[in-house]
Design a binder for this molecule. Structure first.
Ligand code: SF4
Length: 351
């Protein structure tokens, strides 16, 4: 066994992070945890993992569920395509693999939503296949360990990182090794300044020896998210509120309040509501701004509330939702402030 691997496993035995999915051998449950952990903090996922698995305890139950129920369980976790991919993948496993996740990482990668990293994680942790699982944390550790100064976003450098990561994977305990790499990257070999003093690889790490650890990996600078301004409309009709199910790729299938791009004044908004949907509005209440930062976009939403009149025919793609149904809708976190305002309004109506 490579000395680095040996030291790392020894460190892992003493320092492994405690997480509900640790020690898990069921490939479906590992798959769920890995899907949830993509771009999401461990602490956030902890609040979702058990609840999701209580609702969908098996791959079969997830495959048979209605998408709206899956999205509801994912509500607030973000990157909702992961939930849809997970369900599409579960359905594919039933259709193409007899309901059982395959052992071979190459077969796993044929499943919808399973990329090289997730395939490596499932194969090594659930089935003990000696294959690497290389995510952003592991790229950082490998880049530093071998002092790779080129940008790992370049294909040839990424391939080199992958090969070096594969070389470290032991035939015994490959799953623990991969999890040790992830933990090291998340807690010690962190972005910015790594905590080399407590690192089990200190003395074997080339970047640390050369004093360049904090500079690696040399990634290209991320573009700041594009800012988009919206007027977000709480349009009430009696005890109902108008909602729209998104069809766009981003947040697809989730329910949002009607939104109009750009900030306008109340007269302009009222006019646009009339032109677009034929609703006349009572005086508007402005509840101020809500802001939500996505990876590539920042939404700055000015929230307006009004009672609408007219024949109130439901526009295509929209739904008037009553008090009872409102809470059951899967909504993105971006709608949190408006949602709370409506729940508050509804609770006043009940009393
Ligand atoms: S010695 Fe420092 S830079 Fe090298 S792997 Fe450990 S924490 Fe990372």
């Amino acid at each position: 066994m490579d000395q680095r691997t040996e030291y790392l496993l020894d460190w892992y035995d003493r320092n492994a992070r405690k997480m509900p999915w640790r020690g898990e051998k069921d490939p479906y449950r590992i798959w769920v945890s890995e899907a949830m952990l993509q771009q999401t903090r461990v602490e956030t996922v902890m609040g979702y993992y058990d609840r999701f698995l209580q609702s969908f305890p098996t791959l079969q139950s997830l495959a048979l569920a209605e998408e709206k129920d899956v999205l509801k369980q994912w509500e607030g976790l973000g990157y909702y395509s992961r939930a849809r991919n997970l369900q599409a993948g579960a359905r594919q496993v039933i259709q193409d693999f007899g309901g059982t996740l395959p052992v071979d990482p190459a077969e796993l990668r044929k499943i919808h939503g399973i990329g090289p990293y997730t395939a490596g994680a499932i194969a090594s942790i659930a089935f003990g296949v000696p294959v690497a699982a290389v995510d952003g944390n592991v790229i950082r550790v490998i880049s530093r360990l071998y002092a790779i100064e080129e940008n790992p976003e370049k294909t040839e450098i990424r391939d080199r990182v992958q090969k070096l990561a594969e070389k470290l994977v032991p035939t015994e305990r490959p799953g623990d090794h991969n999890q040790a790499m992830m933990d090291l990257g998340a807690t010690v070999c962190v972005p910015g300044t790594p905590d080399c003093e407590v690192c089990p690889l200190l003395g074997l790490c080339q970047a640390e020896k050369r004093g360049i650890a904090a500079e690696l990996p040399r990634l290209s600078k991320a573009k700041p998210p594009r800012e988009i301004r919206y007027d977000l409309l709480i349009l009430r009709s009696g005890s109902q509120v108008l909602m729209r199910k998104r069809t766009e790729k981003m947040l697809q299938g989730l329910w949002c309040f009607p939104m109009m791009e750009d900030w306008k004044n109340e007269t302009e908004i009222t006019g646009e509501i009339w032109t677009k949907w034929g609703f006349s509005c009572a005086k508007m209440i402005c509840h101020g701004e809500a802001k939500h930062v996505f990876t590539h976009q920042t939404w700055r939403m000015m929230i307006y509330e009004t009672e609408i009149a007219g024949d109130c025919e439901t526009p295509k793609g929209y739904r008037f939702v009553s008090v009872g149904d409102f809470e059951a809708l899967a909504m993105p976190t971006a709608m949190k402030k408006a949602r709370a305002l409506v729940l508050d309004r509804f609770s006043t109506m009940k009393t």
